[in-house]
Design a protein around this ligand. Sequence first.
Ligand SMILES: [Ca+2]
Ligand SMILES: [Ca+2]
Length: 392
Amino acid sequence: MIRASRTKFYPQKVKYIEFIGLLFSSFYFHYMKSPISIVLFLLAFPILLIGQSEITDLKEFILTGDAKKAGSQCFELTPATIWKGGAVWYRNQIDLNESFSMELELYFGCDDYGADGIVFIFHPILQTGFQGEGMGFGGLRPSLGIEMDTYQNFHLNDPEYDHVALMINGNPYHGSALTEPIPLIPSKANVENCAAHKVKVEWNPATKILNFHFGESNRISQRVDLIKTIFGGDSKVYWGFTSATGGEHNRHQVCITKSDFLEVASFSYQTKQAILASERYRLKEVTFDENDKLTPTELSELNNLIRLMNSYPEYYLVIEGHTDDSGSKAANLAKSQKRTQSIADYLESKGISNDRLKILGLGEDYPLKPNKSPANRLLNNRIEVSMQLKRA
Ligand SMILES: [Ca+2]
Ligand SMILES: [Ca+2]
C-alpha cells in the first residue's frame, strides 16, 4: 500500500495527466467486475498517482508572524519596516529518507544596508524563532537552516558581504555553523537589489548531500547525515522559510516556482481537498471482527485521517456506518452503531478529542445500490467519514 503521496508544485503545468487519471478511474468504477478492466486499472494506477499529487495553489502553507500571501505563488515574509518576523511552512511533515527538491525565487528588498535576510529551514515543530539577527530561525532546535544573510552582525562573525551558510539548531553564530559563510553571489555582489533571485534546494537521502544553488551557481554541496546528526534519528520534519527585520529592514518575499517532495503518510492531495470540502469519503481499508470491533491490522487510512484532523483543528468529523439488508433491521442498526463507535474509540485513543467526533450508525436504510448481489451488499456495508467546519 502506498503510504505517502509525492507532492509536486508546477503552477504553469497543464494538468492533462490528472484528466487521464480521472478517465481511467471512472472506467474502473463503472466496469469493476470485468477482469480486463482490472488489468487496465492496474496499468493506469501509476498515472492516477501522478494525477493526484500536484499542488496548484498555496493553501497548503501555514503562515506565522508577519508573513502574508502576495500573489498566486508568493509570500511576503516581512514588510520593509523595523522589527518584524515571519515564516511560511508547508503544512505537512516530510520524511528526510525521501528526496526533496525545491525551486524558488527569493527577493531580499532594495536596500543594500537593510536587514536581515531569509532562511530555508528543516524543523520538526511549526514555530517561528527570534527576530532581528535571529532571522526568524534563531533558537529553533533541532533544525538545519540555509541562512541567506544580508546584514553584518560582527559578534556573530558575519562577513561584510551578503552570505550563505548551513546553520545548526537555530544558532546564528558562524563559529558553531556546519559550513563557513560564503558570498551568496561569487563576486560578492549585493542581493538586496530589487530583483528576484533563483534558488534551488536539493536533498538526496542516498548520498546524504544537501545542495544549494543561488542564481546559476551551485554554492553549497555538503554531505551531512541530517536525520542522525541533526534530528536525533527522527526523519520527519517540516520545511519552510523564515525571515526577520531588526533595527534595519527590507521587504522579504519568497515565490515557490517548483517543488518535488514526499509528504509523510497522508491522503493524496485531491482526496484531502475532497474531504476538506465535506465530501463523504468511504474508508476502504477498515475491517471489523465478529463483535464489530475495529481490526487493528490495516490502520494507515485512519492514521491519515488523524493527521488531517490534527492539521485542521477547526474541523470536526462525522463517522457514518451503513450495512446491507442481511439480518434484521434492528441488528443492522446495532452493528453500524458498534462499528462507528469502534472507529471513534480508535481516533480518541490517538488523541482526537471526543467533542470533535460525531457518530451515526444508520443501519441498512441508506444503501448505495439495491441489495441484490453479493457485490452490491459489499458496497452497502461501509463506513463513510466527512470533515465539516464547526458551526458557531
Ligand atoms: Ca547587501
Ligand atoms: Ca546577519
